[in-house]
Design a protein around this ligand. Structure first.
Ligand code: ADP
Ligand code: ASP
Ligand code: MG
Length: 485
């Protein structure tokens, strides 16, 4: 096998990072299957790292637990903790024989459950739940499952060791959405993992979690285990990163909404970045960044259909670049409009509006300005609406008093539907087809924007119309569109 040239990590042999998502390690049969997949890959790679998520549903339960604690609902959080103990306990009973390793695992899990109890008690007594406190609580799901999975590998005869990513990934202090500091992360990751590779030990690393420079537990945002895998891939200069999930790969649409969505055998980094940004849950939006930097191929594969090749994501430019690749949707949004006839020609309104939004760290997902300059519209997550409206009203108090701006208002319950494809620019009439598709379904397009990257066109529609819009665009623009080419 040919080694990648210019490797800086000092590793011998080919390196693979494999990540198993929540459903792929969410039940006893799934864990058994994932362990078989690991076993099968060991002979093919010099260095193998496994990243695991919490068992499916566990992160949601931990969030509910912390919220019950801050609300003073002791009975509820105790009940959730008991449920989590049963879930992990039953899985251990199913998968592990009684031996020293199982005893050690049970001791470690008991310690983590004590920590959970203590954190909930603390949150309850203080009556306060900070982002930092929430990260401490949600980190426990990955810590539990990585220990469990590593023990399953050990009982299967594989030399394995659990590694908390708090020892590897260093982040800033933005708890719940922490950003990795790559230089420090690279030093720690190579320092901890390379000695394990040399001893032929398979590290099982917790997805999703990390630590700040001061060693406080942080997380990379919901769905962040994909990002963990590519961060480690970058630091180890891996040959490939594979994410194992519950669908056959990256598809032309979310298969839960479009049952005849097709698997894409190959997609580019840019297309997948755009898809993930615009709501395709199959990968965390930041997953691609670390692999683009080192040109590492990323594969998405199905744990429950492991012989299917899945989707390869890389930097290649393909000749079928005229295609429109996928349609996605982001939900839970509101459209904010700043409007007034007096805005016409007043310089700086847009800049001041977005400066006011930025103060609240609300992320603006899409912007559209009408050519008459009488309104600016942008889309934000619904939970940020009250703060954002007050911030703009405060910033524009003078213009509102003079009626240069008439009102700042929110339309709740909107969805951004996005058509994505590297061929968007070269393919004439994509927007006509898209609006034709919406028109035939009598769906009103509330606002429109073309992505600056020219990989996407987004339409804001009412939440009630979103699924129909996605299905219709899939049918007319992606399926029929590619037949016409
Ligand atoms: P994991 O726990 O393995 O990370 P996720 O639930 O986070 O899995 O992501 C996989 C899910 O993403 C799929 O079950 C599918 O419903 C959803 N999904 C949304 N859009 C797409 C898409 N375009 N292609 C594939 N899956 C998608
Ligand atoms: N367990 C985390 C979540 O549910 C991270 C992940 O699954 O990727 O968000
Ligand atoms: Mg995920």
């Amino acid at each position: 096998m040919v080694e990648k040239e210019g490797k800086k990590s000092g590793l011998h042999g080919r390196t693979l990072v494999m990540k198993f998502g929540g459903t792929s390690v969410g039940s006893s049969p799934a864990i058994r299957q994932a362990a078989d997949i690991v076993q099968g890959e060991i002979p093919r790679w010099g260095n193998l790292v496994v990243v695991v998520s919490a068992m499916s549903g566990v992160t949601d339960s931990l969030i509910a637990c912390a919220r019950a604690a801050v609300a003073g609902d002791v009975e509820k959080y105790e009940e959730i903790i008991t449920g989590l103990q049963e879930k992990h306990g039953n899985t251990i009973d199913d998968l592990l024989v009684h031996d020293e390793k199982r005893i050690q695992l049970c001791d470690e899990l008991a310690g983590l459950f004590e920590t959970l109890q203590a954190l909930c008690r603390g949150i309850h007594i203080m009556g306060e739940l900070t982002p930092r406190g929430m990260d401490a609580v949600v980190s426990l799901g990955e810590r539990m499952n990585a220990r469990l999975f590593s023990t399953v590998l050990q009982q299967g005869g594989i030399a394995s060791q659990v590694v908390d990513a708090t020892r590897l990934i260093v982040t800033d202090n933005s708890f719940q959405q922490a950003r990795p500091l790559m230089d420090a992360t690279r030093r720690k990751t190579t320092g901890v993992l390379i000695p394990l590779f040399m001893e032929k030990v398979v590290p099982v690393v917790t997805g999703f979690i990390a630590a700040t420079e001061d060693g406080i537990t942080s997380t990379l945002g919901r769905g962040g285990s994909d990002y963990t895998a590519t961060i480690l891939g970058n630091c180890l200069d891996a040959d490939e990163v594979w994410t194992w999930t519950d669908v056959d790969g990256v598809m032309t649409a979310d298969p839960r909404i479009v049952p005849d969505a097709k698997v894409l055998p190959e997609v580019s980094y840019n297309e997948v970045s755009e898809m993930a940004y615009f709501g395709a849950k199959v990968l965390h939006p930041k997953t691609i960044r670390p692999v683009i930097e080192r040109n590492i191929p990323l594969w998405v594969k199905n744990t429950f259909n492991p012989t299917f090749p899945g989707t390869r994501i890389d930097g290649a430019h393909r000749s079928d670049s005229g295609r429109i690749t996928a349609v996605t949707a982001i939900r839970g949004l509101s459209l904010i409009t700043v409007e007034g006839r007096g805005m016409l020609g007043v310089p700086g309104i847009a800049a001041r509006t977005f400066a006011a939004v930025a103060k609240h760290e609300a992320s603006v997902l899409m912007i559209s300005q009408s050519s008459s300059e009488q309104s600016i519209c942008f889309v934000i997550p619904s939970e940020a609406v009250p703060q954002v409206i007050s911030a703009i009203e405060a910033e524009m108090a003078f213009e509102l008093a003079r009626h240069d701006i008439d009102r700042v208002w929110a339309q709740p319950d909107v969805v951004i539907v996005t058509a994505i494809g590297s061929g968007m620019r070269q393919t004439p009439g994509v927007s006509a087809r898209l609006f034709g598709a919406l028109g035939r379904e009598k769906i009103n397009a509330i606002a429109i924007a073309q992505g600056s990257s020219e990989y996407s066109i987004s339409v804001v529609v009412d939440a009630a119309d979103a699924d129909r819009a996605v299905r219709q665009i899939h049918e007319e623009v992606i399926i029929n569109g590619s037949k016409n080419e």
